[in-house]
Design a protein. Structure first.
Length: 309
């Protein structure tokens, strides 16, 4: 079966009497992709007690299903650098781009992203492999710093926040510092058990680093793609048992440092592996994508059935 997705823009509070002016349509064959249409001066009127017709949407305010935390993208070193270069070369185009991506103002024709995923240290889209403490054996983390982060990241992030002040930041590492791992490098390997507590403190300091720069962190994960150990770019293998051990320590550290509101994401990986899944847990999709001709819905349905997203 093929579907047409129609997004209707309206405030769904006190449904009866509300009107829809903004419609975005996407068809299954991609002949229309989030095509915008303004229905003024003839909006769709929400009414109660009307007979069913060809296109009736019944909304029951008291029935709640999934809660959506938001939709967004990842700000890697490379994407930040590209946008920073655009800012220098064509400032207006840069601000138009940020507005198109992040402006949630009423009536704006934009993606309206409300969440942003930001790496802690290097990712596979970085010019070099670096962490926020590359001093070997620094278990006190006295040398922890964000100096290796390209300045473009902080510049673009600040500009994004100026457009979308309530942006939800989700931060995570592609790898612990190399000296904490059995590989001795950011590229591949696993975190040594003797550094579990040190790593929890490293992640706490990462949250505090964002806070010190004026950014509130919404969520934090222990490891990007924890079942992926690739020797060609920053990765690390982290079992669910070890993640639980580190996570419990980290949860206590966050709570005792006034950061109890920060969510911990337990499994940041591909959606088609249930080995890390926890019953009745929230589900957050990252890196969601499909290919032409794939059964995209069949691939993700098992997660949607788990519970709130």
């Amino acid at each position: 079966m093929r579907y047409t997705l129609i997004l209707l823009g309206s405030t769904l509070l006190g449904v009866s009497g509300q009107q829809i002016y903004d419609v975005f349509t996407t068809t299954w064959d991609k002949s229309s992709l989030l095509t915008y249409k303004n229905l003024s001066p003839n909006p769709i009127n929400f009414q109660s007690g009307v007979a069913a017709g060809d296109a009736v949407i019944n909304l029951t305010a008291g029935t709640v299903y999934q809660t959506m935390d938001g939709f967004g993208a990842t700000l890697t070193d490379s994407s930040a650098q590209l946008m920073y270069n655009l800012k220098n070369a064509a400032s207006q185009r840069y601000w138009d781009l940020l507005g198109y991506l992040f402006d949630i103002g009423d009536g704006k024709q934009s993606a309206g992203f409300s969440t942003l995923r930001v790496p802690i240290g290097a990712s596979d889209f970085s010019a070099s492999a670096y962490s926020w403490d590359d001093t070997s054996g620094d278990t006190s983390l006295s040398q922890f710093n964000t100096n290796s982060v390209p300045s473009a990241v902080w510049t673009v992030l600040a500009d994004i926040k100026s457009i979308q002040p309530s942006i939800k930041l989700y931060i995570l590492p592609w790898s612990p510092p190399g000296w904490m791992k059995d590989s001795g490098t950011m590229k591949g390997g696993s975190l040594k058990s003797q550094y579990f507590t040190t790593y929890a403190n490293y992640l706490l300091k990462s949250v505090q680093a964002f806070t010190s720069k004026g950014y509130s962190v919404y969520a934090l994960s222990l490891q990007n793609e924890p079942l992926n150990s690739n020797p060609t770019y920053p990765t690390a293998y982290l079992t669910s048992a070890n993640a639980a051990t580190i996570g419990q320590t980290l949860r206590g550290l966050l709570n005792s440092n006034g950061l109890s509101s920060v969510k911990l994401i337990g499994y940041e990986h591909n959606w088609d592996n249930t080995g890390y899944a926890f019953p009745n847990a929230e589900v957050h999709f990252t890196e969601c994508s499909g290919t032409n001709g794939s059964d995209w819905w069949g691939d993700i349905k098992w997660q949607a059935d788990l519970g709130p997203a």
